[in-house]
Design a protein around this ligand. Structure first.
Ligand SMILES: [Zn+2]
Length: 201
């Protein structure tokens, strides 16, 4: 049976599980709404770059904006989003603000990609180890050497060691060779193959 884990190991497990929980909580805290809002802000920023306009065409051109109150509120958060657009400083202000949004969005996207990559690697690594362990266990459980019964059967039902010994002995009849090596007995306790079977010429 498995040995009881040390206090230190148990703390290590708890720490990793807490990390996983924190990752889930953080991922859940990023909403589709928030992402959509940022991308929309960025898109509008692009639309107004270098345009000395006195209006927000996107609002009237049916670009899908100005619908919900949340969107309007979010857009109002951008300086210069209404009125006084002939004021160059305001346009400049608006442009730099859209740059800020664009950079923030880029940073967020980079961080999301990094997090995804890191989690993917951790998951891949864990599954890989699990798979290998199961493979080894499966191989060990599947078959042991027909001669010694000690090592796993890796070559024609025998372990490498016994297989090589058989070759050194001149590849005699396999069945008789195994019987001789195992010292198989009949029901009366007589050894069935008393001498090493002859090497095949
Ligand atoms: Zn063996």
């Amino acid at each position: 049976m498995a040995r009881k884990l040390s206090r230190r190991s148990q703390q290590r497990i708890a720490k990793n599980l807490a990390l996983l929980e924190a990752i889930n909580t953080l991922a859940d805290s990023i909403s589709e709404e928030a992402i959509t809002d940022l991308v929309r802000r960025d898109a509008i920023g692009i639309g107004h770059d270098g345009l000395p306009t006195n209006s927000m065409p996107e609002f009237s051109s049916g670009g899908g904006f100005g619908g919900s109150s949340t969107e309007t509120a979010a857009l109002r958060g951008l300086p210069g989003s209404k009125g006084g657009a002939d004021d160059w400083s305001k346009i400049k202000n608006k442009q730099s603000n859209s740059d800020v949004v664009r950079n923030q969005l880029k940073k967020i996207e980079n961080n999301l990609q990094n997090a995804h990559k890191a989690l993917k690697e951790a998951s891949f690594e864990i599954n890989n180890i699990k798979k290998k362990t199961e493979e080894i266990k499966g191989r060990q459980a599947s078959a042991s050497c027909d001669i010694c019964g000690l090592y796993s059967a890796q070559k024609s039902g025998w372990c490498i060691k016994d297989y090589e010994e058989w070759i050194e002995d001149g590849r005699p009849d396999r069945t008789k060779y195994a019987m001789w090596r195992r010292q198989d007995k009949n029901s009366e306790g007589m050894i069935l193959v008393t001498r090493k079977p002859k090497a095949r010429s």
